[in-house]
Design a protein around this ligand. Structure first.
Ligand code: NAI
Length: 332
C-alpha cells in the first residue's frame, strides 16, 4: 500500500524542518509518493498568487497534505496562505495536542491538552476595511453551523481518545451575541454527550488557569482567534513552539502543519527544532491508519528527547536539525 501525499515545504525554517520530517517518515517504512509543491511569496512572480491553483488541486486530489510554515507579511501585502488554504478546503477544525515530553525543559510535568480551534471564521478570517485613514473595522462573524461542527468535533475527539472533559472557551460576557451564540451551541451539544464532563470559561480567566494549573484541563474548544493565541501560549507550557504539532481537518481533506511559523530569526542555519514537524507527521500517519509506524516514530522521538544528548538549541543543546532527524532514524 502506498499513499499520495502533497508536501508544501514552506519558507523560512519550513524546508529544514519538513526535510527532517520527510526523512523520518520515509525511514519508518510507510511508502509515500510525495507531490512536492510550493506556496508563499517565492511563487508570486511565476503564478501571480502565493497560493497557486495547482497546490489546492493537488491537496484536493490526494486528500492529505503536510505543510511547512509560510511567512505572511505583517500589516500589508498578500493574504495569508494558511487562511486561504483553510477556507478553500473548508478545513474547519484545527487540532493542536499540547503535551509534556520527558527531557524537554518546561515548568510543568503532566500537561496533556488538546486545543480544538475553529478554523474558518471569527476575526481571524481577516474581513476588514479602512474608513479613510481615521479608523479601520474588522468583522467578527460567528455562525451556528461552524460553532456546532467544531464543538461536535471536540466531543468526538474526546470520546475517541478516551478523554474526560471538554471546556468551551469564549468571551460571551462581552460579545453576548457572537460568542454568546458559540457558547449556546456548545452547551446544546454538550447536553447530548453526558459521558464527557463539560464546562465553559472566559478566555482571560482560561489564560490564567492554564498558566497556574494546565494539568487540570483536557480538551479545550474555542473560536479561531482565541485558539490562535492560546495554542502558542500552551506551547510555552511544554517547552515552546518547536515541540507542538497540529492538523487542519475538513470533511474529507486534512492538512497537517505544526503550530510554529517560519521563524525568520533562525532560518537557514540548520538549528530549528524539527520535533513539531515530526510529530505533525505522526499525526498524519495516525490519520492514514498507519498506527504502528506512528508509534515507532513517537517512541524514537521520546527516547532521543528524554536522553537529552542530541537536542536542538531551543532545548539547550547544540544538535543540528539534520543530525536530530538522523538520531531519530537510528532509534526507529
Ligand atoms: P514563529 O513561530 O515563526 O517564531 C516565534 C519564535 O519561536 C521565534 O523566536 C522562533 O525562532 C521560535 N521558533 C519557532 N519555531 C521554532 C522551531 N521549530 N525551533 C526552534 N525555535 C522555533 O512566529 P513569528 O515570528 O510570529 O512568525 C514568523 C512568520 O511565520 C510570520 O510571517 C507568520 O505569519 C508566519 N506564521 C506561519 C504559520 C504557518 O504557516 N502555519 C504559523 C505561524 C506564523
Amino acid at each position: 500500500m502506498s499513499y499520495n501525499i502533497t508536501l508544501i515545504p514552506g519558507d523560512g525554517i519550513g524546508p529544514e524542518v519538513m526535510g527532517a520530517a520527510k526523512a523520518v517518515i520515509d525511514a519508518s517504512g510507510v511508502e509515500i509518493n510525495w507531490d512536492i509543491v510550493d506556496a508563499g511569496e517565492g511563487v508570486i512572480e511565476e503564478y501571480g498568487t502565493p497560493l497557486p491553483e495547482h497546490v489546492i488541486e493537488s491537496i484536493k486530489k490526494n486528500k492529505v497534505a503536510i505543510k511547512g510554515p509560510v511567512t505572511t507579511p505583517v500589516g500589508k501585502g498578500f493574504r495569508s496562505v494558511n487562511v486561504g488554504l483553510r477556507q478553500a478546503l473548508d478545513l474547519y477544525a484545527n487540532v493542536r495536542p499540547v503535551k509534556t515530553y520527558k527531557g524537554v525543559p518546561s515548568r510543568y510535568e503532566k500537561v496533556d491538552l488538546i486545543i480544538v480551534r475553529e478554523n474558518t471564521e471569527d476575526l481571524y478570517a481577516g474581513i476588514e476595511h479602512s474608513i479613510g485613514d481615521i479608523a479601520a473595522e474588522s468583522i467578527k462573524i460567528i455562525t451556528k453551523k461552524a460553532s456546532d461542527r467544531i464543538v461536535e468535533f471536540a466531543f468526538d475527539i474526546a470520546e475517541k481518545q478516551g478523554r474526560k472533559k471538554v471546556t468551551a472557551v469564549h468571551k460571551a460576557n462581552i460579545m453576548k451575541l457572537s460568542d454568546g451564540l458559540f457558547l449556546r451551541c456548545a452547551r446544546e451539544i454538550a447536553a447530548a454527550h453526558r459521558d464527557i464532563e463539560f464546562s465553559d470559561m472566559i478566555v482571560d480567566a482560561m489564560s490564567m488557569r492554564l498558566v497556574q494549573s494546565p494539568e487540570k484541563y483536557d480538551v479545550l474548544v474555542m473560536p479561531n482567534l482565541y485558539g490562535d493565541i492560546l495554542s502558542d501560549m500552551a506551547a510555552g507550557l511544554v517547552g515552546g513552539l518547536g515541540v507542538v504539532p497540529g492538523a487542519n481537518i475538513g470533511e474529507d481533506t486534512a492538512v497537517f502543519e505544526a503550530v510554529h511559523g517560519s521563524a525568520p530569526d533562525i532560518a537557514g542555519q540548520n538549528i530549528a527544532n524539527p520535533t513539531a514537524a515530526i510529530l505533525t507527521g505522526v499525526m498524519m500517519l495516525r490519520h492514514l491508519g498507519e498506527f504502528e509506524a506512528a508509534e515507532r516514530i513517537d517512541n524514537a522521538l521520546a527516547r532521543v528527547l528524554s536522553e537529552g544528548k542530541a537536542v536542538t538549541s531551543d532545548l539547550g543543546g547544540n544538535t543540528k536539525t539534520t543530525e536530530f532527524a538522523e538520531e531519530i532514524i537510528k532509534n526507529l
